[in-house]
Design a protein around this ligand. Structure first.
Ligand SMILES: Nc1nc2c(c(=O)[nH]1)N[C@H]1C(S)=C(S)[C@@H](COP(=O)(O)OP(=O)(O)OC[C@H]3O[C@@H](n4cnc5c(=O)[nH]c(N)nc54)[C@H](O)[C@@H]3O)O[C@H]1N2
Ligand SMILES: Nc1nc2c(c(=O)[nH]1)N[C@H]1C(S)=C(S)[C@@H](COP(=O)(O)OP(=O)(O)OC[C@H]3O[C@@H](n4cnc5c(=O)[nH]c(N)nc54)[C@H](O)[C@@H]3O)O[C@H]1N2
Ligand SMILES: [Mo]
Length: 766
């Protein structure tokens, strides 16, 4: 269309250092420092009174669900409050007293704001009114809600076909909002519904679906109480799911063992002081991990294969190491698996994974006699080319031991966003589901499209290639979350219109299409009232339990609209009454949305009543040992290949991880307390031997360069820190390092970007 004047936007923001201070990595997680830091963050953003009253309502039955992670709440919440340090930070970030309004945008242009760091951008406050960035302008200006809806409708009508629209979802949304959004996108005519789980647990979903018939985990919180062995693989609960540490502690108190598999020795996995118990706050802390296996990045399959091989040798000797009755009744493919394992030599596998044999033997010994086994995992397994196989190998182990469908055992993919699982359950999905389409047709009287939609990586490509022209996001920070930042930026900038439904300002609001809209919405913690009556919505936690969430704080501004009503507004403006769904009324009446949810989504019957109190579990075939939908009606063993990395002598594998002071792209602060890194994010953790080989000293400045198919991508200005990490491996924070991840390299089958195994070269800055 028009050749609008290009805005002078800094896509990556500043790359200056902020003044690093180093200490020894922490010896334990949580305890008093965690409570102190939690309250400091909350007091700073919200003031003392508001902080204390709000925190006491978080994750309680009559309160609101923590906007942090999706870890479930115990039946009897702690009197000291059922929240963690990082939940408190998430709340403080949302409930801040600072505001971003029209005056703010009049003062700062998007060009200027793009030179702020993500930390500064996030700290500017809550969005208060709808804003528009018009072509040729560099300042957002205010716009009425009705005009904003009209503008979106107009751009959507201009598209040559509905597949030119891309509709992203981040996992903060509610079931009600996500269901309505999915419904609107399908009514509009596309399945282009990329969502944050494409970059997150998609590999888990694919692997679990193919092997067990459901893309979700099978354990419940109480299973940790009686589990004999919990394996925590590729996950950093001390930072990202702190309340999980209480579950591990309980497991240990009941005689269970904990094994961790991670290239880093993360603080939370070593020692833990439970801040929800007086004794925990004061006492010396408990050791959580019995055995830590320091695996090399992306060599979990090699490690698991050695373990499986050793177990199968023992089983041949003793006959009862595997659960043969379970295998016989419920599984398919054992012979192939055992035959395949024969192909590998133990020594070769040990060499690849870098773990000492005596430690592997200790784990094998634990596994031999136990069968109430839980495997927990997160991004350390999913974000690799072979992410799906990583998880299938874990399933192999559980199937061999019969560790499914019984108390104390099962799969536990630990979810990220607080409602990412619910969003998927209620229909945010780029794949076509015939059953879902049929029930939408029956309930709403229109036929959803039956063409596969685009996921995250393919949406980026479509925008880059100008095949998609309108981008709408229900939450999230697409630019910073996605791989290949500069490529993604170009994609967004190629769009005619980009729209962000958000609570807080972020970089995706600055790197925009020709026209851009910010539509500010209510946060989790805020009172959502209609005609004087408070409304509630529902969410699904990491273990498939659906429950209510009701905010209590005064909204950040009187001009915020709830997510469902924003979607209703857009749909209403687009269809102008010419559609079987009455969007306006439906979007304002959450009870009615839930009535429709019960008709369309399996397991939601009675949701309006059942979601009260502690909520209800959705159906889960693994818990019932029902594998009837799988080939031969059986759970499937899988043959998993070893990862392939062609690494030359001067290359390293880089994993991009979270610091203790961030929630994905939201930077709460500049510290990574447990790793002993303060006031700096531009750091890279390296093995001292690698540093010596390259002639690098602590705090030398380096650039990292990735090279895929001859295209060089560069992340500049990082301080080297010697750290306990395997040789050849490095770690740095995202989003700063997302520039290095090629958009077209992702996991087989799940298309999750390879954010945990990027091959890079290191160059010292003179
Ligand atoms: N406070 C806070 N909480 C959060 C989030 C947050 O950013 N902040 N994010 C939320 C979201 S969306 C998600 S998905 C989760 C993320 O939770 P995590 O998956 O715990 O997050 P990451 O920091 O990506 O950590 C990955 C861990 O895997 C390890 N790892 C990396 N590569 C490998 C590997 O190849 N093998 C093994 N075995 N380990 C590996 C890393 O050392 C690190 O400990 O947390 C959720 N909760
Ligand atoms: N390199 C690398 N990249 C990664 C990862 C990695 O480990 N390494 N992890 C990936 C993972 S696991 C994930 S899940 C993605 C995360 O990707 P996203 O979900 O897109 O990112 P977030 O940082 O969680 O989004 C934060 C923004 O959400 C908005 N928001 C917050 N609360 C609400 C709300 O209640 N409603 C609405 N409408 N908006 C809200 C705010 O405006 C805030 O700025 O990033 C992925 N990217
Ligand atoms: Mo995630």
């Amino acid at each position: 269309m028009s050749d609008t004047k290009k805005r002078n936007i800094s896509v990556l923001g500043p790359d200056e250092f902020t003044g690093i201070k180093l200490q020894k990595p922490a010896e334990y997680a949580a305890g008093l420092p965690a409570v102190k830091v939690a309250l400091q963050h909350a007091f700073k953003e919200m003031g003392v009174v508001k902080s204390l009253t709000t925190l006491s309502h978080m994750n309680q039955k009559d309160g609101f669900d923590c906007p942090g992670c999706a870890w479930p709440d115990p039946e009897k919440p702690s009197k000291l409050g059922e929240y963690c340090e990082n939940g408190a930070k998430a709340l403080a970030e949302e409930a801040t007293n600072k505001r971003v309004n029209r005056d703010f945008f009049a003062r700062y242009s998007v060009e200027e704001l793009s030179n702020w760091s993500d930390y500064q951008i996030g700290k500017s406050g809550r969005l208060t009114e709808p804003m528009v960035l018009r072509p040729d302008s560099i300042h957002y200006e205010n716009i009425s809600w009705e005009e904003a809806y009209e503008l979106i409708a107009e751009e959507l009508h201009k598209l040559e076909n509905p597949d030119q629209g891309v509709f992203y979802t981040s996992g903060r949304s509610s079931n009600e909002a996500a269901f309505l959004y999915g419904l609107f996108v399908r009514a509009f005519g596309t399945n282009n519904m990329p969502d944050c789980s494409n970059m997150c647990h998609e590999s888990s979903g694919v692997a679990l679906n193919e092997t067990l018939g459901i893309g979700k985990g099978s354990v419940k919180l109480e299973d940790f109480d009686e589990s004999e062995l919990v394996m925590v693989i590729g996950q950093n609960p001390g930072t990202n799911h702190p309340r999980m540490l209480s579950a591990l502690q309980k497991c240990k108190e009941n005689g269970g063992k904990v094994v961790s598999i991670n290239p880093l020795e993360e603080a939370g996995l070593i020692r833990f002081k439970n801040p929800q118990e007086i004794k925990g706050v004061l006492a010396g802390g408990e050791s959580l991990t019995d055995i830590h296996l320091q695996v090399k990045i992306n060599q979990d399959v090699s490690l698991l294969k050695v373990i499986l091989k050793k177990l199968s040798v023992l089983d041949r000797e003793k006959g009862n190491v595997f659960d043969h009755e379970f295998i016989q009744t419920y599984t398919d493919g054992l012979e192939n698996l055992l035959e395949d394992l024969e192909k590998y030599s133990e020594q070769e596998l040990l060499q690849l994974c870098g773990v000492e044999e005596h430690l592997v033997n200790q784990v094998v010994e634990l596994l031999e006699k136990r069968n109430k086994i839980i495997i927990c995992w997160a991004m350390g397994l999913t974000q690799h080319k072979n992410g799906v196989d990583n998880i299938k190998e874990c399933v192999n182990l559980l199937l061999l031991k019969g560790s499914l469908g019984k108390p104390g055992a099962g799969t536990c993919p630990v979810r990220g966003h607080s409602n990412v699982q619910g969003d998927r359950t209620v229909g945010i999905m780029h794949h076509v589901s015939k059953e879902l389409n049929a029930s939408i047709k029956e309930t709403f009287g229109f036929s959803p499209p039956d063409k596969e939609g685009l996921d995250t990586v393919h949406s980026i490509q479509a925008m880059y290639e100008k095949k998609a022209k309108v981008f709408i996001a229900l939450g999230g920070n697409f630019l910073c979350a996605a791989s290949d930042t500069e490529y993604t930026a170009q994609g967004l900038q190629n769009c005619e219109l980009t729209v962000n439904i958000s609570t807080k300002l972020n970089r995706t609001h600055l790197v925009t299409g020709k026209t851009a809209l910010i539509l500010p919405t209510l946060g989790r913690s805020e009172l959502d009232k209609k005609d004087g009556k408070p409304r509630y919505f529902t969410v699904e936690n990491s273990m498939g339990k659906v429950h209510q969430s009701k905010g209590l704080l005064q909204p950040a501004s009187g001009n915020l609209v709830s997510e469902p009503e924003i979607i209703g507004g857009i749909a209403n403006a687009y269809f102008k009454g010419g559609h079987p769904v009455d969007w306006k009324n439906l979007s304002a009446d959450y009870n009615l949305i839930r009535k429709k949810l019960e008709q369309v989504i399996n397991g939601f019957k009675g949701v309006n009543d059942k979601s009260k109190g502690s909520g209800f579990y959705l159906p889960n075939n693994v818990r019932d040992l029902d594998f009837s939908k799988l080939p031969n009606g059986k759970a499937q063993f899988s043959i998993c290949n070893l990862p392939e990395h062609k690494i030359s002598e001067h290359e390293f594998i880089l994993m991009t991880i979270r610091s203790h002071d961030q929630f994905n792209t939201t930077i709460y602060g500049l510290n990574d307390r447990y790793r002993g890194i303060y006031n700096e994010r531009r750091v890279v953790l390296m093995n001292i031997q690698d540093m010596n080989k390259l002639g690098l000293k602590k705090l030398d400045v380096i650039n990292m360069i990735s090279n895929y198919e001859g295209i060089e991508r560069k992340a500049v200005n990082f301080l080297v820190i010697d750290y306990n990490i395997p040789k050849g491996n490095m770690a740095a924070y995202f989003p700063e390092t997302n520039v290095l991840v090629p958009y077209n390299h992702f996991a087989d089958k799940s298309n999750t970007p390879i954010s945990k195994s990027i091959i890079v070269r290191v160059k010292k800055r003179e």
